[in-house]
Ligand binder design. Structure first.
Ligand SMILES: [Zn+2]
Length: 387
């Protein structure tokens, strides 16, 4: 699929070339010119700079029809690193990835959010020291967390101040982003999704969010609030939501809603936290308990309605289900969504809409955070820090 946006190198050309090399694993300069529409001299100049910066390297050769072997280019894996921290209600999930999106370190620690910037800075130091990562090869830190729910903004940390304090202490770029959006970018990066593919991810957790990646860039909307899939209504006069709307899918298919539905169905769910209670229901569902299966399958049906609307609105070609809500019973959600899209997706006769499950759903937001750092570093122009 050639993407002929321009034949003249511009500010986005470096990001374009990095994106194409990333998504193809390895590619020759000639194929790069064909895929990007850039001229051979432009390709040569940018590739030379990228090799000098050690973002890419020459890896072997491919046979050419005209005899002379073509050198192949690939992203340099273990050269630089992005660090992502996913702040949950009482834990911090710390992830380090290399430039290809490969996870080189991961740790989950209890975390209460008191004195946030100082604690995060301390944790950053411990995490990179434990992994023995050279500081000069760390491209930055991204902190991701659920956006404050409507009506609950006062509970949210003052992110602009946290970001400024961290950047000042650590002397590296610091990005702050919504967890669902970050997870989408992480899946995009580690799955090597080509930038011409309209890509979306669904992050199922205590809330429901989406990550949307168009042209290689995370779509953020007017105020970094794009992807509030949980507040897409699936019922005109449905359950009231704190956001002010009625019938929001989050009231029917979030982890909490599913736990409530399980209790209403007569299942004994006595775990203290939403996460552990939800996991118990999900384990029962995949373990053959018919009532638990019916509860999760119904939640998956509700979610499929909302995701299909999102797919139709944006004409997505590929959707990944991710987040802690699909860690145990993801196959039930994927099966429901595939069946619903096959019957009702508007573009189903024009192109395939693939539904995939995340390989690391519980770590997806942390991996995505680290991917934001890597993208901002080697394919700049896509990432605008949310402050
Ligand atoms: Zn709502």
């Amino acid at each position: 699929m050639a993407r002929r946006e321009t034949s003249v190198a511009g500010p986005g050309s470096r990001a374009l070339i990095v994106d194409v090399i990333r998504s193809t694993i390895s590619i020759s300069r000639v194929e790069l010119a064909e895929r990007t529409g850039l001229t051979q001299p432009s390709i040569s100049n940018i590739v030379r700079d990228l090799i000098a910066d050690r973002v890419i390297y020459e890896t072997g050769s491919a046979d050419s029809a005209r005899g002379k072997p073509r050198k192949l280019l690939a992203i340099t894996p273990a050269n630089r690193f992005g660090i992502g921290f996913h702040l949950g209600p009482d834990t911090l999930n710390c992830v380090a990835i290399d430039l290809t999106g490969g996870v080189v370190g991961r740790e989950v620690v209890p975390f209460d959010g008191v004195d946030l910037a100082a604690r995060l800075a301390e944790r950053f130091g411990d995490f990179v020291d434990d992994l023995d990562l050279p500081r000069d090869r760390i491209e930055g830190l991204a902190i991701v967390a659920a956006t404050a729910r409507p009506g609950a903004e006062a509970d949210a940390p003052h992110w602009a101040a946290v970001r400024a304090a961290l950047a000042d202490r650590l002397r590296i770029p610091v990005i702050v982003e919504n967890d669902a959006a970050a997870a989408g970018l992480g899946e995009f990066w580690s799955r090597r999704v080509p930038r011409e593919q309209a890509f979306g991810s669904v992050y199922l957790s205590t809330g429901i969010g989406a990550g949307l990646v168009f042209g290689g860039a995370l779509f953020r909307g007017a105020s970094f609030d794009a992807g509030e899939l949980g507040h897409l209504s699936i019922a005109y006069d449905g359950r009231p939501c704190p956001c002010g709307n009625k019938g929001c899918v989050e009231r029917y298919a979030s982890m909490e809603a599913t736990v409530d539905a399980a209790r209403e169905a007569g299942l004994t769910v006595d775990q203290k936290t939403i996460s552990s209670a939800y996991d118990a229901v999900a384990h029962a569902a995949v373990g053959g308990d018919p009532r638990a299966y019916a509860v999760v399958d119904q939640a998956a049906g509700y979610l499929s309605l909302a995701v299909t609307s999102m797919v139709n609105l944006l004409d997505l070609g590929r959707v990944v289900l991710t987040g802690p809500g699909v860690a145990v019973a993801g196959s039930i959600y994927a099966r429901r969504l595939r069946a619903h899209l096959a019957r009702t997706a508007h573009a189903r006769h024009r192109h395939e809409i693939s539904v995939e499950l995340s390989a690391q759903p519980r770590d997806a937001a942390g991996i995505g955070a680290a991917a934001l750092v890597v993208q901002a570093s080697i394919a700049p122009g896509h990432t605008v820090p949310a402050t």
